[in-house]
Design a protein around this ligand. Structure first.
Ligand code: NAD
Length: 357
């Protein structure tokens, strides 16, 4: 590692993390520790049962529930939920769900400064970041502010056992993408790199066990540990080409978040491995291949990931525009983002072929 010949700056948020099967039942202690008495519980309509379950765990410390969280954090939903928080005199937000529900909690915190307890039920990682994306009139804007960083995270593997197998795989690869790009981030530190490698290792080791038995709380717990690490990396360092490609495909072609990450990851990493093979060597080692992108591709195939953008409904005719958009206002990337090479990368990802190495 060349870290100790270089200067670096590391930052980490003051977050309290509680971890373990059944830990959700301790939520009242956490509400009290934050000095709150009136939690607003958030879920999606699909996970509405959890709002009622959590009302029970909170004892008298509940102001109400809002069960209307939606994908992409639409501003009208955030305004409605914020108004409800104000009307109910809520003094804390308790978000139970995936990135969409956690995004709504952050949107309320942004508008009110209320503290947040988050209970993730996917591996997406939003719980560990100061980042919020919001959508208005079809346009998504993202900002980073400590105001939206949740104060407490409760990781409870029992809640993830219900995550359908297909979403388990794509959400895991979504989390792994944060760690993979963290390995070459400009603002990485020895600590973010350690977390990235350990997060990738946890998913590599535990995901096959989860797929054999989705109710296995030990294997689920190890993947959730991986999600914590990968999410923390996402919260600490900047992302590059892979996230830009996924934001382009999601924002302009309406492709689904986790599946797009899952398909694109081996291709983006293969692209960058040409420029930073040393930084990606730990990833290549973990996936037992001389090439990091190819190793990830084999792993994704083995765990049954979707492999082709065409299967998400993207038409081949859209690839030229996708390449044009992807090279417009590029994020910092370790390899120059060249239009022709990106077009080739997208072609391989669209067809479900091996990444270009
Ligand atoms: P999601 O929250 O959109 O959930 C998808 C669906 O799965 C929902 O219907 C949800 O209710 C359901 N679901 C979630 N967990 C479940 C479980 N355990 N069992 C059964 N059903 C379950 O999916 P996601 O991939 O977690 O989140 C994606 C969103 O999060 C995107 O909008 C993305 O931009 C955002 N995100 C933000 C950050 C950040 O740092 N701001 C980080 C990662 C993701």
């Amino acid at each position: 590692m060349s870290f100790f010949r270089e200067q670096f700056t590391a930052r980490s948020a003051a977050v309290r993390v509680r971890f373990g099967p059944g830990m959700r039942r301790s939520v009242a202690e956490e509400i009290e520790a934050l000095g709150a008495k009136r939690a607003l519980i958030l879920t999606t309509p699909q996970q509405a049962d959890l709002a009622d379950e959590f009302s029970g765990y909170c004892g008298g410390l509940v102001a109400g529930t809002y069960k209307g969280a939606k994908m992409h954090t639409p501003v009208d939903v955030s305004e409605e939920a914020t108004q409800q928080a104000r009307d109910l005199g809520a003094d804390l937000v308790l978000a139970v769900g995936g990135g969409s529900t956690i995004g709504l909690g952050k949107a309320i915190a942004l508008r009110t400064d209320l503290p947040q307890i988050v209970v993730p039920t996917t591996y997406a990682g939003s719980e560990a970041t100061p980042v919020i994306g919001q959508t208005e009139n079809g346009v998504k804007t993202t900002q980073s502010t400590p105001k939206v960083q949740p104060e407490v995270i409760i990781y409870d593997a029992e809640l993830v056992t219900t995550l359908p197998v297909e979403m388990t795989v794509t959400s895991a690869l979504n989390a792994m993408a944060h760690a993979a790009e963290g390995l070459y981030a400009q603002d990485r530190s020895p600590i973010s790199t350690l977390m990235a490698i350990e997060g990738l290792r946890a998913f590599r080791d535990a995901l096959p066990g989860v797929l054999d038995n989705p109710a296995d709380t030990a294997a689920r717990g190890e993947t959730l540990y991986g999600a914590w690490l990968c999410g923390t990396v996402l919260g600490q360092v900047g992302m590059a080409l892979h996230h830009k490609l996924c934001h382009t495909l999601g924002g302009s072609f309406d492709l689904p978040h986790a599946q797009t990450h899952a398909i694109m990851l081996p291709h983006s990493i293969a692209y960058n491995a040409q420029a930073v093979p040393d930084q990606l060597a730990p990833l290549a080692d973990l996936f037992d291949d001389s090439h990091a992108g190819r190793g990830l591709h084999r792993f994704a195939k083995k765990v049954g990931s979707p492999m082709a953008l065409k299967d998400l409904g993207l038409s081949e005719a859209d690839l030229d525009r996708a390449a044009d958009l992807a090279v417009t206002k590029p994020y910092w990337n370790p390899r120059p983002v060249e239009r022709d090479a990106i077009r080739k990368l997208l072609q391989a990802a669209w067809a479900g072929e091996e990444p270009v190495v």
